[in-house]
Design a binder for this molecule. Structure first.
Ligand code: GLU
Length: 299
């Protein structure tokens, strides 16, 4: 199926300054750059810096330095998520009118303890999300739904969505358009399965938003037409589709590219031999050496 290329594509590279860019990021950034160039589109840069605990200014400075060294060219203003928390709060308020949101009191360690106790006592496995984290163990009672006017009073608390109830309100299954690597407009439909994620966090207690909420708001606000990112985020797209749908946003086309693997088939970003771009540069690798490693040259 071909999507209608009625406007020039707008792509984005959206690194999190929680660590140095590695070879997998370089692949993704150059692929975005090349697809934007070849399609006559635009590449935007977004800094996903809402995880303030892991943020370091040195990581952020190095991202700009590495991207420039790699020859990745982005256009226009760089959006830093931490400067736009009010946008995510407004979206959370609108979501409260459309989805069953509730304040979730259990901490991560309390969740782990409850799930371990359940598994020990019952011998059954507790449901886990595609990343392996246990679903939130809330009681079987209906949730106490947060009213939009009460969203500001939830600051400092974690807000989750009752996923089963949210999915029940849909007219049918959600899906998304997934493009093929060589053609941004040749797409296949993929069914979204948000139930697999359980009651996800839409606002963390420390920052008042979350990755799925911030990414959906920004992709819409920045007019992103194509989200090109690694396959490790393929499953997470289901939650993003639910949030887009509830906020009335037109979904972008997605392209989840393969991850680079080492000789033993492990994710290159995770393998023992994996190095940051910074370390590769310091060890004397040229830009062309890095292009050869990832199998791409910028166009
Ligand atoms: N900030 C995310 C990361 O660095 C990428 C999110 C996305 O591309 O949607 O893994």
């Amino acid at each position: 199926m071909r999507a209608n290329p009625d406007r020039p594509p707008v792509l984005r590279f959206a690194p999190s300054p929680n660590g140095f860019l590695h070879i997998g990021h370089a692949y993704s950034a150059i692929l975005n750059h090349n697809l934007a160039r070849k399609s006559g589109g635009t590449l935007l840069l977004r800094i996903e810096d809402i995880d303030r605990g892991r943020f370091r200014q040195s990581y952020l400075d190095q991202i700009f330095d590495d991207l420039t060294w790699l020859g990745v060219q982005w256009q226009g203003h760089v959006r830093h998520q931490s400067h736009h928390l009010a946008d995510y709060r407004d979206a959370l308020r609108r979501l409260a009118g459309r989805l069953p949101l509730y304040v979730a009191a259990l901490s991560r360690s309390e969740i782990r303890a409850r799930v371990a106790a359940f598994e020990r006592e019952s011998g059954d496995a507790w449901p886990r999300d595609p990343d392996g984290s246990p679903h939130y163990p809330r009681s079987a009672e209906p949730v106490e739904r947060i009213a939009p006017s009460a969203i500001d009073a939830t600051i400092g608390q974690a807000v989750r969505v009752s996923m089963a109830d949210a999915v029940d309100t849909l007219d049918g299954p959600l899906d998304w358009a997934e493009a093929l690597l060589d053609d941004l407009f040749r797409v296949a439909r993929v069914t979204a399965e948000p139930l697999a994620w359980g009651d996800v966090v839409l606002a963390r207690k420390d920052i008042g938003t979350s990755y799925p909420l911030a990414v959906v708001v920004d992709d819409a606000l920045q007019g992103i037409t194509h989200v090109v990112r690694g396959r490790d985020l393929f499953q997470a797209t289901a939650v993003q589709r639910l949030v887009q749908h509830a906020l009335g946003f037109e979904p972008p086309i997605y392209l989840h590219h393969d991850l680079l693997l080492d000789e033993s088939g492990r994710k290159l970003s995770k393998s023992a031999g994996s190095r940051s771009i910074k370390m590769l540069r310091e060890s004397g690798l040229s830009r062309q050496d890095v292009y050869s490693l990832i199998g791409l040259d910028p166009v």
